[in-house]
Write a protein that binds this ligand. Structure first.
Ligand code: NAP
Length: 269
C-alpha cells in the first residue's frame, strides 16, 4: 500500500525533497508518494489538516513554517522541546508528533563530507530562525567551545544564546571585532531574497575556516562568494545537510536508515 508524505513550504517548487525521498524509497523497496505542497503561514493549518484527512502519514516543513509546525503538534521530541523548531511530522493516532532533524543533518554533513568536528571549536552562527535554532543546539551539544550568534533582529539572537551553554549574541554591526572562527554558518534566509552579503575578512584571518551555508543552489551563492572573497579556506552549501536531514526523517517514518552518499552524488551532479 502506498503511504502519503509531503513537504510544506513557500516557495516550494524548488524543493529537492520529493526526489530524495523517492530515491530513498526505491533503495529500500518502499513505495512512497511524497509531494511538495505550497503553503504559507496563513494556509498551513488548513493544508496540513486536509493532508491528514487524505491519509498523510508524515511531512517535512520548510521556510517559513518551522515554528508554526511546532504549534500544530500534539507531542514533540525532546530536541524540539529544547530548540522549538519542527521540520518533521509523523502522524501519531489523531495528531502529529513533531521532530527536528536539521541539527543532526548539519552535524552529519559536517563530519561525513567535510571532516569537521565542532568539538572544541569557535563557531559563528548567522541567523536565529527555525533552522538556526536547530543548528545552534546541535553545535552546542557537539561540544563547540564558543558559539557566537548574530541575527538581523538582535533580540532573537539574544533569546537563542540565552538558552545555550557557551553561547553569546553579537550585534551584526560588531562582526568585524569578533575575531576569527573555525566555522562560519549562514542560517539566514537572506540568499532567498536576493540580499547581498558582506563578510569582514577578520572572521577568516589566521585560521583555516569552513564557511557553510545551510541553503543550496543559487540561494547559497551570495554568502559563499562573500566568504571566499573574505578569505574562507573552504566554502560549501547545505546540499549534504538536506540529504542527511531527509535520511533522519526517513528513518523516523520507515524505521530504516537509507544510504545518503549515492543520493547526494546524484543531486550534486
Ligand atoms: P526562518 O525560520 O524563516 O528564519 C530566517 C532567518 O533568516 C532569520 O534569522 C531572519 O532574521 C534571517 N533573514 C531573513 N532575511 C534576511 C535578510 N535579508 N538579511 C539578513 N537576515 C535575514 O527560516 P529557516 O527555516 O530557519 O531557514 C533558514 C535558511 O536555512 C534557509 O535558507 C533555508 O533554505 C535553509 N535550510 C536548509 C536546510 C538544509 O537541509 N540544507 C534545512 C533547513 C533550512 P530575522 O530574525 O531578523 O527575521
Amino acid at each position: 500500500m502506498t503511504s502519503y508524505y509531503a513537504v510544506f513550504g513557500q516557495p516550494i517548487a524548488h524543493s529537492l525533497s520529493p526526489r530524495i525521498h523517492a530515491a530513498f524509497g526505491e533503495q529500500n523497496g518502499i513505495r512512497i508518494d511524497y509531494r511538495a505542497i505550497e503553503a504559507g503561514r496563513a494556509d498551513f493549518p488548513r493544508a496540513l489538516h486536509e493532508f491528514a484527512a487524505s491519509g498523510g502519514r508524515g511531512a517535512n516543513v520548510t521556510l517559513p513554517l518551522k515554528e508554526d509546525a511546532a504549534a500544530a503538534c500534539v507531542s514533540l521530541s525532546a530536541r524540539v522541546q529544547r530548540c522549538g523548531s519542527v521540520n518533521t511530522l509523523l502522524r501519531d493516532g489523531d495528531g502529529w508528533y513533531g521532530d527536528s532533524t536539521d541539527g543532526a543533518g548539519l552535524l552529519g554533513d559536517l563530519r561525513l563530507r567535510h571532516g569537521f568536528d565542532p568539538q572544541g571549536r569557535r563557531i559563528l552562527l548567522l541567523g536565529a530562525g527555525g533552522a538556526a535554532r536547530a543548528a545552534a543546539f546541535a553545535l552546542a551539544d557537539a561540544g563547540a567551545k564558543e558559539l557566537v550568534i548574530a541575527n538581523r533582529t538582535h533580540e532573537r539572537a539574544e533569546a537563542l544564546a540565552g538558552g545555550l551553554h557557551a553561547a553569546q549574541a553579537l550585534a551584526w554591526s560588531d562582526l568585524a571585532q569578533a575575531g576569527a572562527f573555525d566555522l562560519v554558518v549562514n542560517a539566514t534566509a537572506a540568499g532567498h531574497t536576493g540580499t547581498g552579503f558582506a563578510l569582514p575578512a577578520a572572521l577568516f584571518a589566521g585560521v583555516p575556516t569552513l564557511a557553510y551555508d545551510l541553503s543550496y543552489g543559487t540561494a547559497a551563492q551570495p554568502f559563499l562568494a562573500a566568504a571566499r572573497e573574505a578569505g574562507a579556506t573552504q566554502a560549501v552549501d547545505g546540499l549534504g545537510m538536506l540529504v542527511e536531514q531527509a535520511a533522519e526523517a526517513f528513518a523516523l517514518w520507515h524505521k530504516r536508515r537509507p544510504d545518503t552518499d549515492a543520493v547526494y552524488a546524484v543531486l550534486r551532479r
